[in-house]
Design a protein around this ligand. Sequence first.
Ligand SMILES: Cc1cc2nc3c(=O)[nH]c(=O)nc-3n(C[C@H](O)[C@H](O)[C@H](O)COP(=O)(O)O)c2cc1C
Ligand code: SF4
Ligand code: FES
Length: 572
Amino acid sequence: MIFDDLRAIQLRYGFLPKAELEAFSHRSHTPLYQIHSVASFYPHFHLAPPAKADVRICADMSCHLNGACELRAELEQRFAKNSPADVQIRDVSCLGRCDQAPAVSINDQIFTSVTAASTEAIVRSAILGEEIPEPQPEHARVRCESDPYGEDEKYGVVRKLTATKDWDGVFAELKASELRGMGGAGFPTSMKWDLVRKQPGTEKYIVCNADESEPGTIKDRFIMTHLAHLVIEGMIIAGLVTGAKRGILYIRHEYHLQEEILGEELRRCYHGGLLGKTILGSDLGFELEIFVSPGGYICGEESALLEAIEGKRAEPRNKPPFPGQAGLWQKPTVINNVETFANVPQILARGVEWYKTQGKNGSRGLKFVGVSGHAAKPGIFEVPMGTPMREVIFHHAGGIRDGRQLKAFAPSGPSSGFLPASMVDVRLDFKALAEAGSMLGSGAIVVCDDRTCMLDMALNAVRFYRNESCGKCVPCRVGSQKMTDLLVRWTHTGIPEQQYRADLALIDELCQAMSLTSICGLGQIVPAPVQSLLKHFREEVDAHVLKGLCPSGICFTPAARAGEAQRVGIRP
Ligand SMILES: Cc1cc2nc3c(=O)[nH]c(=O)nc-3n(C[C@H](O)[C@H](O)[C@H](O)COP(=O)(O)O)c2cc1C
Ligand code: SF4
Ligand code: FES
C-alpha cells in the first residue's frame, strides 16, 4: 500500500525527500508522478522538512468562536524572532476537538483548550527537541442508554444470527425501524444494505466512515470511545446479511485514542471467535481491519474515501454507479457512518417497538449530538431524537457562556447554515430541520452568543469549504473562492448600493451553479452559510455592506483586516 510506504519514509526523515520518493518509485514500479500526486494531496504528508515546531491552529467554527484568531496573532508575536526552521505557525482545518476549543496540533500531537502561554511552553520544548506527548484524556467507559448489553453480554445479536441465519428477519426489522444514515445524508439504511445483498458475486465490502472532519462534528469520537463494540457488531451484521466477507473501518488520523480502543476491541473479537474465517465455529466468516486516513475533510465523502483506501487521491467519483453497485475496488460496498452501524445492534437486540419509543414528538431512536461554540458546557450528549434544540442547548449544554444571550446556532456545522435564536424550538429531527430550511446532518450543533458577527461566521464557514475543496470540478474549485472573495469584500469595505445589488445577483447565480453542477456534496453545500445569512440576518449584511458598519464590532478593524486577509490568502 502506497500510504504505508510513504508513512515509513516520513517516519524516518520527518518528511518525504525527493531521492526517497524516486527510490520508492523504482522499487515499486510505480510512476513517480503517481506517487507525487498522492503525496501532495494529503495534509498528513510533508514534501519539505517541517520546522522543529510545526504549529497548526484550528481556525474553524468552534475554535474561531473561542479565540483561534487572537491565539494565532499572539503566538506569531511571541515567536517573531525565531527562524522559520524553528517554528512554523499556520492554520489547520477542524481537529475533531470542537468541544475543547481552541485546539492546536504541534508536531502532529493535539492539545486542547489551549492559551497562548500554554502553547508557547509546548512550542519552546519542541524547539529544544524535547518530547511533547499528547495528553490522553480519561476514557473510563460511560454507560449509554443506547447500549443494549451488560458487560458479559456483548455481541448478542451476532451470536443469535450465526445460529438462526435469519437474514430476512434482519431486513424486516431494519426496514420497520426506518433507520436512516447518521453521517449527514440520512439515506435509509435497509435500502442501502439490500442493494448490496442483491448484487451478484462474492467479493463485497463493508466500510465504516469514521472520518468525522466537519467543524463541530465530534459525536463519532464519543461513540468509538464508549460504544466501540456496537460499531463493530453493526459492521459484522452488515457483512453477514449482505454476504460481504471483509470490512474496513476508516478513521481520521487525529483520533489516536479511538484507534487504540477499536484495535483492542478487534483483538478481543478475533480472540473470542467473533471475527475471522469461521465466526463462532460456523461456516460464516468476516474479517475487519482499521484504515487510518491520511487526512482531509473530503475523505469523508463516501466515494473519495474509497479512492483513498485504494491508495489514490481522495477525489470523489461521478455517481452513478453508487458504492452499493461499484464501490471499493469496483465491488458492491456498504458504507455507513459510525452511529448508523452502532444503531443496528440496538434495534435488533431490543426490537423496533423499543426503538420507536426512544424518540420524542413522533421521532424514533436516540441521537448523539456534539454541542460546541459559545455553550457553557460544550460536549457530546445522547438525547431522544425529536428533542427541541432549546433543551439540548440550554439543558444539556448548560446554555450560553458568561450569561450571554443566544444569537444563532448551526444545527450541523457549516453545511446546515445558521438559524436565529427565534428558531431554537425546532426539533432535532430530519424532517423538522429540513422544514426549517436547515438539516439534521451529523448533529454538530454550534452555538453563537449575542456578540457574534454572522458575516464573520459565514466567511469562516465558506473559507473552510474553499480550503477543503479537492479541486476536481470547476464549480466548486472556482465557486468556493469566488464566494470567499465576495464575503471578504463585504466584511472589509462598504460598497455602493449598485455594486451590492450586482454582488447579490452574482451570489444567486453562483449558489445555483454550485448546487446543480458540483460533483459531490461539498460543492453542493458551499452556498448554505451565505444563503442562511441572507435569509435570517439580512439587516446585519446590509449594515456591513451599505454602511461599512459591523454591529458586533468585529469586522472593519485593522486587526480584522490583516487577520482575515491572511486567512483567506489575499494580500492586504
Ligand atoms: C465532503 C463530505 C464529507 C463527508 N464526511 C463524512 C464523514 O466524516 N462521516 C460520515 O459518516 N459521512 C460523511 N459524509 C457523508 C458520506 O458521503 C456518506 O453519505 C455517509 O458516510 C453514508 O453513511 P450513512 O448512510 O450511514 O450516513 C460526507 C459527505 C461529504 C460530501
Ligand atoms: S464538489 Fe468540490 S470537493 Fe467535490 S469533487 Fe468537486 S471540487 Fe472536489
Ligand atoms: S477542533 Fe476546531 S472547530 Fe473542531
